[in-house]
Design a protein around this ligand. Structure first.
Ligand code: ADP
Length: 206
């Protein structure tokens, strides 16, 4: 039986998983986590919601954050405020024993001044909905030039909700050298276009 111990995770993350009662990795976690920890490469995960996607990308992402570096190193884009908050909650629980790693979520429909204030503090991991993120970029409240990892969660949903142009604009503010991890339940033409435009020789896991 594969356990989280076999997947290459640090003691800090293993302790947090034990506290949460996670005993056995789900299929997508078992396939994705070792690949994402070991490789510095673009990645496509084809997975439905409820399969444990958040831990599949969140654990390796936290593993790759440098706690000494206060810049924003990872950006996770999600289609809705609810999903963004869920991801932030899970990442905060996973990073419970990583006290110098800060996780912040920003989303539409909430007070932007509070978010701007929060963004003045070091936030190594930011989870955002596309519209609000673009607004924050335009107000120069957020800096993405040091991003090393970009996650597009529920990419098909983001396109269905009409975020294609926002995505293009957001991506133009991120460095070319970053790695991109894309998760989607389906692979329509529009997602393939994003893959072909923004990703380089991605590993694919179903
Ligand atoms: P998805 O992102 O695929 O929609 P989540 O990652 O949010 O799904 O996972 C769904 C629920 O299952 C969450 O409450 C999460 O905490 C829990 N979960 C995820 N992976 C495991 C696991 N390996 N063991 C136990 N619970 C898990």
């Amino acid at each position: 039986m594969t356990s989280f111990e076999n997947l290459g995770l640090s003691q800090e993350l293993l302790r947090a998983l034990a506290d949460l009662g996670f005993e056995k990795p789900s299929a997508i976690q078992e396939q994705a986590i070792p690949q994402l920890i070991d490789n510095y490469r673009d990645f496509i995960g084809l997975a439905q919601t409820g399969t444990g996607k958040t831990a599949a990308f969140g654990l390796p992402l936290l593993e790759k954050i440098d706690p000494e570096d206060k810049s924003t190193q990872a950006l996770i884009l999600a289609p809705t405020r609810e999903l963004g908050q869920q991801i932030a909650e899970q990442l905060s629980l996973f990073s419970k024993y990583m006290p110098r790693v800060n996780v912040l979520s920003v989303y539409g429909g909430a007070n932007i001044s509070t978010q701007i204030k929060d963004l003045r503090k070091p936030q190594q991991v930011i989870i955002a909905t596309p519209g609000r993120l673009l607004d924050l970029i335009q107000r120069k409240a957020i800096k993405l030039h040091e991003i090393k990892m970009l996650v597009l969660d529920e990419a098909d949903e983001m396109l269905n909700m009409g975020f294609k142009e926002d995505l293009d604009q957001i991506l133009s503010h991120t460095p070319d050298e970053k790695i991109t991890w894309l998760f989607s339940a389906t692979m329509p033409k529009e997602i393939k276009k994003i893959v072909n435009t923004y990703m380089y020789q991605p590993i694919e896991v179903k």
